[in-house]
Every structure is written in C-alpha cells, then in structure tokens.
Ligand binder design. Structure first.
Ligand code: BG6
Length: 458
C-alpha cells in the first residue's frame, strides 16, 4: 500500500466565479466574465454564462456535507473580489455574512478552507481602467487582500494570492480566451509584472496583520517543458519556456528574486516591463510560506523555425511539438503524463529549498459524461480513478525521495462552470445536473476518493 504522510490534505478545488453563481444579483457589480457574457454570449459554449454556475451561493451547506461524505479534510475555493467589495472600497455585508457562514460550515465538518483571492475574475470597474495593464491595480488588489484577511483571518488560516497568474496573462494578452482578448507580447509581460507586484503587496499586507497560525502562498500552473532533443537549440527553447512559464512567478514568490536568465531573455527581445525603484526590495522581503502546483499536462517543446527577432510572440522563442509516444485526454486536448508530477516534486525539493507545497489541482475533464451513467444514474468514471492513481503513484515516489508535499487536491469537487467552455467538460466527484436545479449525484470516483482519504493512501 502507498501511504502518504500524516495529516496529508485530501481535497478538491474550485473558484468563486466557477461555483458560486449569483454573481450579478448578489455581487452588485460585474466582473469581466459577467460582462463579457453580456457583450458576447456567442463566445461561450452552449450560451452557458456565469450567473448561476453550480449555485454554491445558495447550496453551500449541503455542498460542505458532501465534502465530508467523501472523506475530504480540506477544500480550496476563492473569494469573489466583486462580491466582497463591489466598488473596490465599500464592504458588502451580505458577502461577509455568506463567506463567514460558508467557511464556518467547512470548519464544523473538519474541512480546512484554503482561500484564494484571484481566480481570473477582474472586477469590471477596474478592467475599464485597464485591469492589470495599469500599475494602479496593484494597490487596489492589496486593499482587497487586506480586507479579506481582516474579515476572515480568524476562520481561514491558509491563503493564496493568485491562481495560475500566467493564465490570465496568456489568455488575456496572447491567446484571446480571456477578456480583453488582446494579442501583445510586451503588454503581456507588463500585465504579468503588475500581477507579480500585486501578489507581493498582498503578502506584505498579510505579514503586517500577523494572523495567528496564518500561512500565505501562491498557486501556479506547472507544465514542465520536455525538449524534443538534446540539441543546443531545443535545450535553449526548453530553458526559455521554463523561465517564462514557470520560474517567472515561482522564483520571485519563493526565492525572492526574478531570475537573471528571464531578465536577459526579456531584454534581448525588448520586452522588459516598467518597474518602480522599490520593487526589487519588496519582492525580496515577501517570500511565501507554501506553493500550490496545478498540474495537468507537460509541455513538449522544440526550437522555433524562422523566428522573428526581437520576438513578437512566444512562438518566436519556443514551439510546441507532438511527442510521438503521447497519450491524450482527447476531450480537453491535453497530454496525460503522470511522470511529470515526480519531476515537479523533485524541482521543489532541489531548486526551491524543499518549501512546503501541495498539488492544488489535478484532474481529468470529460465531455458528455452521461455516456458512462449506469442504471442507477451513477457515472462510472473509471478513467478518472485511473488518472488519479497514476498521478498519485508518481507523487508518492517524489515524497518518498524527500519532497515536502503536504496534500493532493483534485479539480474539482462538483462539476463546475469553466470560462468559455461552460459545462462541456466535467471534472467533479459529483455530477451537477444543470437542467435540474443543479442537483448533485455522486460518481464512482467519489466513492474511490473516500476510501483513498480514509486510508491515507491506496
Ligand atoms: C485550471 C483552472 O487551469 O484548470 C480552472 O484553475 C480550470 O479554473 C481548470 O477550470 C480546468 O480547465 P478547463 O479549461 O477545462 O476548465
């Protein structure tokens, strides 16, 4: 049997905009997802917008009981910035009441809440001023973070500033799948830098408040780059990809400095962001206590052919390629490669002074899951169980070799809404019937997870 360390966190993750619903009616102002859906509903799968999602706002009590039912001891979601501070300044008391009740319900069931502050949900009023493009957003975020710590710091001990900060950068400023859907490499770098400074300022506010037993971290998406060959060109492409995609946030968050190599790459391509004189000190003085790693897929990388110099887009620095032996989750278009989780465990041990970290997301999204429903209405998602087992085996190996991993969270607990993809791909332990008041039915993987958590291994 593969046993995991004592007090290991077993749980799942979601976010406020993807699970709570009631965004416009209760939040009083919109975030970019509410607004984008209002402006361009045709961009969203099956016209599925963010207003109801999985209705956790109303159903949180039952939701928490279900967490307990499948043996979870921890849960990560986020606070909605627009719900808490509709105009960025004034506290919404309804939001305070809701979140306090939600967190207390978790604590009553022995479930540790891990609370994240930003999960791609920029308030619309701030987006109208430029969002992360403008430095002003850093201080708005610091104020929001401070408010959240003050309001909920007695209930929540583990905090995260951002979920996958590279995703709103890439999707919003390179690939067009998040608002404002621009394509501008230099602006993307500036947006990333302001996000980094917002993270650092939030950590600073957290330290000032000295919350008893409080810990703060950041949650990053990690797709380790594997080069096509050992040629100097392919190895260089790997080095650049890792610097831009992973070390850009991991180094400053854990080691207190932006990597020199990254600065070199940005300088060579005339992409250096505007910085303020005090920033370097701020970054140095505010390292995190822990890191969450969202792992889904590796990144297969090769040298670019005929790149532009200076680079106009990341494809001028590295290209993706199809690894001939790859196994795919065809629904999501993501490669399945559990071995990378072991490599992540070793990276944390060796490069990041073995800082405490956990797997904050890992999971398998499958479309039209009703195909796998049995006569009792239960989805027989053996593919998901196999996916988790394979990843846990690799994680276990990393832990045995000394990596300081304290938990494994899946994406997600109950099926949830996903940005432009709506409810197409399902990830949860519970099926959510969106046609029927979001009624939940456990899947086979939910029963499996219960056994896993209760045995602290498999
Ligand atoms: C993570 C995000 O990258 O992956 C989630 O933190 C997201 O917000 C999840 O929903 C699954 O990806 P997707 O695009 O299939 O929903």
């Amino acid at each position: 049997m593969k046993k995991f360390p004592e007090n290991f966190l077993w749980g799942a993750a979601t976010s406020a905009p993807q699970s709570e619903g009631a965004a416009l009616s209760y939040g009083k102002t919109a975030n970019t997802w509410d607004k984008w859906f209002e402006l361009n509903p045709e961009l969203f799968n099956a016209n599925q917008g963010p207003s109801i999602t999985s209705d956790v706002y109303h159903q949180y009590q039952d939701e928490v009981k279900r967490m307990k039912e499948i043996g979870m001891n921890s849960y990560r979601t986020s606070i909605s910035w627009t719900r808490l501070l509709p105009d960025g300044k004034t506290l919404n008391q309804e939001a305070v009441v809701f979140y306090r009740a939600y967190f207390q319900a978790m604590l009553d069931e022995g479930i540790e809440p891990i609370m994240n502050l930003f999960h791609f949900d920029m308030p619309w009023w701030l987006m109208e001023k430029g969002g992360w493009e403008v430095r002003e957003s850093v201080e708005h975020f610091a104020f929001y973070a401070k408010t959240a710590f003050e309001q909920f710091g007695d209930l929540v001990k583990k905090w995260a500033t951002f979920n996958e900060p590279m995703v709103h950068v890439e999707c919003g400023y390179l690939h067009g799948c998040h608002y404002p859907a621009k394509d501008d490499f230099k602006l993307a770098v500036q947006v990333a830098y302001h996000t980094l400074m917002a993270h650092v300022r939030a950590v600073e506010e957290f330290r000032k408040l000295a919350i008893k037993d409080g810990q703060i971290g950041i949650i990053l998406n990690v797709s380790p780059a594997y080069p096509r060959s050992n040629s100097p060109e392919d190895l260089k492409a790997k080095e650049i990809a890792d610097n831009l995609n992973i070390f850009s946030f991991l180094d400053p968050a854990v080691l207190g400095a932006v990597p020199e190599k990254l600065k070199e790459i940005l300088a060579e391509n005339q992409l250096l962001p505007f910085v303020e004189a005090k920033d370097k000190e701020l970054i140095k003085n505010n390292p995190v206590d822990f890191v969450g790693m969202n792992y889904y897929q590796p990144f297969r990388v090769k040298a670019p052919e005929n790149p532009m110099k200076p680079a106009k887009s990341p494809v001028d620095l590295f290209n993706s390629y199809i690894w001939p032996k790859r196994r795919m989750n065809e629904y999501r278009g993501w490669e399945i490669y559990p071995e990378a989780l072991y490599d992540v465990a070793m990276l944390m041990k060796e490069k990041y002074h073995n800082i405490p970290w956990y797997v904050s997301e890992n999971g398998m999204g499958v479309a039209e899951e009703e195909r796998f429903m049995d006569e009792n209405g239960i989805i027989q998602d053996d593919y998901r169980i196999d996916f988790m087992k394979e990843h846990l085996e690799q994680l276990h190996k990393g832990i045995k070799e000394g990596s300081n991993c304290f938990g494994y969270h899946t994406w997600t607990f109950s099926d949830c809404w996903s940005w432009l993809n709506g409810y197409r791909n399902r990830y949860g332990f519970y099926r959510v019937d969106i046609e029927n008041d979001c009624k939940r039915v456990i899947k086979k993987s939910g029963y499996w997870y219960k056994e896993l958590a209760e045995n602290n291994g498999f």
